[in-house]
Design a protein. Structure first.
Ligand SMILES: CC(C)(COP(=O)(O)OP(=O)(O)OC[C@H]1O[C@@H](n2cnc3c(N)ncnc32)[C@H](O)[C@@H]1OP(=O)(O)O)[C@@H](O)C(=O)NCCC(=O)NCCS
Length: 153
């Protein structure tokens, strides 16, 4: 597979994801090394670009709206461990899920982490290596851990 041209591998990857239950629009680019968990919950609109090494966890429902760019090595999480009890292994405590929406024309810088349940408004930019813990409005630049709005656009 490594010897095939990127474009062909990309088209094959999209075909396989659609077969696995994902909804993927036109002119979508999914790079090498992108991991998808729970393809049935994944909806990617037209003209979206997902860079190398991104993890898309769609178990809780993940929607990426048109024209968005997900920077390399980013992780979008829609399910995680529940942790109500102490003295009990976290991996025995079940899970909690929350859908994530990445708005149209959003740019997530490289290594962005988005936690379950977060909605990122259209045209917003998130700085490299940020952790997005809460919803972000549209048309802002946000950065840091936790991601905070640094200016408007
Ligand atoms: C978020 C970003 C777009 C902001 O660029 P900018 O508008 O030129 O912002 P500035 O460089 O003027 O920084 C504004 C403030 O935000 C801080 N900041 C910028 N990026 C940050 C980041 N990723 N994390 C934390 N703080 C950040 C700056 O330190 C500065 O803080 P200060 O006002 O206290 O000095 C840019 O810094 C960034 O992270 N781009 C992503 C690059 C990338 O990931 N490319 C490859 C992936 S496709």
């Amino acid at each position: 597979l490594a010897l095939l041209p990127n474009r062909l591998v990309g088209e094959l990857r999209i075909k396989l994801l659609r077969k696995a239950g994902a909804t993927i629009g036109k002119d979508v680019h999914i790079s090498r090394g992108v991991r998808v968990i729970g393809a049935r919950g994944l909806r990617i609109h037209d003209d979206v670009s997902i860079a190398k090494g991104v993890t898309l966890d769609a178990r809780g429902g993940l929607q990426i709206e048109r024209g968005a760019l997900i920077g390399f090595d980013s992780v979008l999480l829609t399910q995680t461990h529940a942790s109500p009890a102490i003295n009990v292994p976290v991996h025995h405590q079940g899970t909690v899920a929350g859908p994530v929406v990445v708005g149209a024309f959003v740019w997530l810088g490289m290594r962005t982490i988005v936690l379950p349940g977060v909605v990122i408004g259209a045209n917003t930019i998130v700085g490299a290596a940020s952790v997005v813990t809460k919803n972000l409005p549209e048309k802002v630049v946000a950065a840091g851990t936790p991601a905070r709005v640094i200016r408007g656009r």
